[in-house]
Design a protein around this ligand. Structure first.
Ligand code: FRU
Length: 515
């Protein structure tokens, strides 16, 4: 062999080895993924990198689409794309490639998606109804040069159920007349008027628009300047009808996220119950009502086009106060479990409840603890292997008690029910790692219980490796909280020493991993 040939052979072997090495380490990464410390096992989180709001929630052809605010280069917020995943059952998710990339109009901020069944947009081809995404363009250039009109609304369509997307050549479809915060369009088909209705937020209020074709939009009305919470900027609106439980009465619900200004600090989601006549939303409600009193349920919106008119909600399980510094390494943030919304009346007032969808029950497998009764005046300590990936159900008329989740390091997450103040308090101040940000473990989080009826109450708690979701009475009260214990919780203390009635722990079940 001459020198050149030998050189080529060595080179080829070197390249092959290098490729093999890359291949092997890629496989190792894949294998170790979803086993990292704090990685949620039954919540959606991206394979890697940064995620915030859920976007484009729409059901089409047997598939629940989940797009999300995504920055594929880092685990902190950066130039936004729409990441994408799909599910057939709302429980197991398949990751797909990025759906929308930034372009000459800007980054791709939050928005929604619809199935244009009647081809009002004219985007259909060969009888295939388009999926149309409606989102905010955020121009970095506009923002840095001090302009106010840097957020506009654009659309894109897909003719293969979300696999590939084409941006509309006539973008932006809603220009900006000089409003600094002007974003997060949520669109739905309003059957009575046969129009598309779009809600977006403009700093301190919501704006409603109408269109016949998803391209030409006319402003209809505004809502909210002097109603609800205004501790920060309004974000991620959603407007939809909901039937009052146990009646024929229908009301309209407007969801508005606000950052900051939530009852327990940072970002949170308020709602208004009222009426919508196809043009104007009205509500007598002056004070805000909160969808979730925990600190980690933000920017949530509901699915379009779900069969049977169910209202299914997903929120981003974090808070802008500390989202960028939570102690995870390869990815950041997860979604809440999908939740079914329902409307209830308590003493002449309307309340929105949110509760894990029934499909979540398919994940509960072995029973870790069978029925246990904790008598009035008693305290029970249960050792539960697998507590940190479990569903706990209990029932009680007791009005003063505490649940404590503990680990071997004596870190503790405390849930406290207090009849005197009619409150539920979540105390994560000593729950594990809290010092990555000053507010995370600074104070207890309180929810009022005044919207619960008298009598026995049903509790459901979902524990994942870095979160706790608590629902009382089908979600009339809910609290969603991130926690980062230094070692998993293994002990549940049920402290009923001040109680006058027993607490029935109906079951503690393991929840299977979805990954
Ligand atoms: C809400 C939000 C939206 C915006 C997006 C940007 O969390 O601030 O208003 O569209 O995130 O990522």
């Amino acid at each position: 062999m001459n020198k050149l040939v030998i050189g080529c052979v060595i080179m080829a072997v070197f390249v092959a080895c290098k490729e093999k090495k890359v291949e092997v380490s890629k496989q190792q990464v894949e294998k170790s993924r979803y086993k990292e410390e704090y990685r949620p096992q039954f919540h959606f989180s991206p394979q890697e990198k940064w995620m915030n709001d859920p976007n484009g929630l729409v059901y089409n052809k047997g598939v629940y689409h989940l797009f999300y605010q995504y920055y594929p280069e880092d685990i902190v917020w950066g130039p936004m794309h729409w990441g994408r995943a799909v599910s057939k059952d709302l429980v197991h998710w398949e990751h797909k490639s990025i759906a929308l990339f930034p372009d000459e109009h800007g980054l791709i901020f939050s928005g929604s998606a619809v199935v244009d069944k009647k081809n009002t947009s004219g985007f259909a081809e060969n009888g295939e109804a388009p999926l149309v995404a409606i989102f905010t363009y955020h121009s970095m250039e506009g923002e840095t040069t001090g302009r106010k009109d840097f957020q506009t609304q654009g659309i894109a369509y897909s003719l293969d159920n979300g696999d590939t997307w084409t941006k509309y050549a006539g973008n932006p479809v809603i220009p900006n007349e000089g409003i600094k915060d002007f974003r997060d369009p949520k669109v739905f088909w309003h059957e009575p008027s046969e129009n598309w209705i779009l809600t977006l937020v403009a700093g301190d209020h919501a704006k409603f628009y109408t269109s016949k074709n998803l391209k030409d939009w006319t402003h209809l009305s505004d809502f909210g300047k002097s109603q609800g919470a205004h501790g920060g900027v309004w974000e991620c609106p959603d407007l939809f009808p909901l039937q009052l439980e146990g009646s024929d009465e229908e009301k309209w619900v407007l969801i508005i996220s606000v950052n900051p200004g939530a009852p327990n600090g940072g970002s949170g989601t308020q709602y208004f119950v009222g009426n919508f006549d196809g043009k104007t939303f009205t509500s007598d409600q002056k004070e805000p009502k909160w969808l979730d009193y925990g600190t980690d349920n933000y920017a949530g919106v509901t699915y379009n086009n779900v069969p049977g008119n169910e209202r299914i909600f997903i929120g981003w399980m974090s808070n802008w106060d500390y989202a960028k510094v939570t102690p995870t390494t390869t990815w950041r943030s997860a979604m809440t479990v999908p939740r079914q919304l329902s409307l209830h009346k308590v003493e002449d007032d309307y309340y929105l409840a949110n509760y894990p969808v029934d499909e979540m029950d398919t994940l509960t497998s072995s029973t870790l603890i069978d029925q246990v009764e904790v008598a009035a005046g008693a305290t029970d300590t249960l050792q539960v292997e697998g507590l940190n990936q479990s569903e706990i159900q209990l029932k009680t008329t007791a009005k003063n008690f505490q649940l404590l989740f503990k680990n071997e390091l004596d870190e503790v997450l405390v849930l406290d029910i207090d009849s005197k103040n009619q409150t539920l308090t979540v105390d994560r101040t000593l729950s594990g790692k809290v010092d990555f940000q000053e507010d995370f473990g600074a104070r207890k989080h309180v929810a009022p219980l005044k919207n619960l009826k008298e009598g026995s109450h049903q509790f459901k708690i979902l524990m994942d490796w870095s979160s706790m979701e608590l629902f009382i009475d089908q979600g009339l009260v809910s609290m969603t909280e991130q926690v980062f214990p230094s070692s998993p919780y293994t002990t549940l203390v049920i402290d009923n020493k001040d109680g006058k009635e027993p607490i029935i722990v109906q079951s503690i079940k393991n929840i299977k991993s979805i990954w």
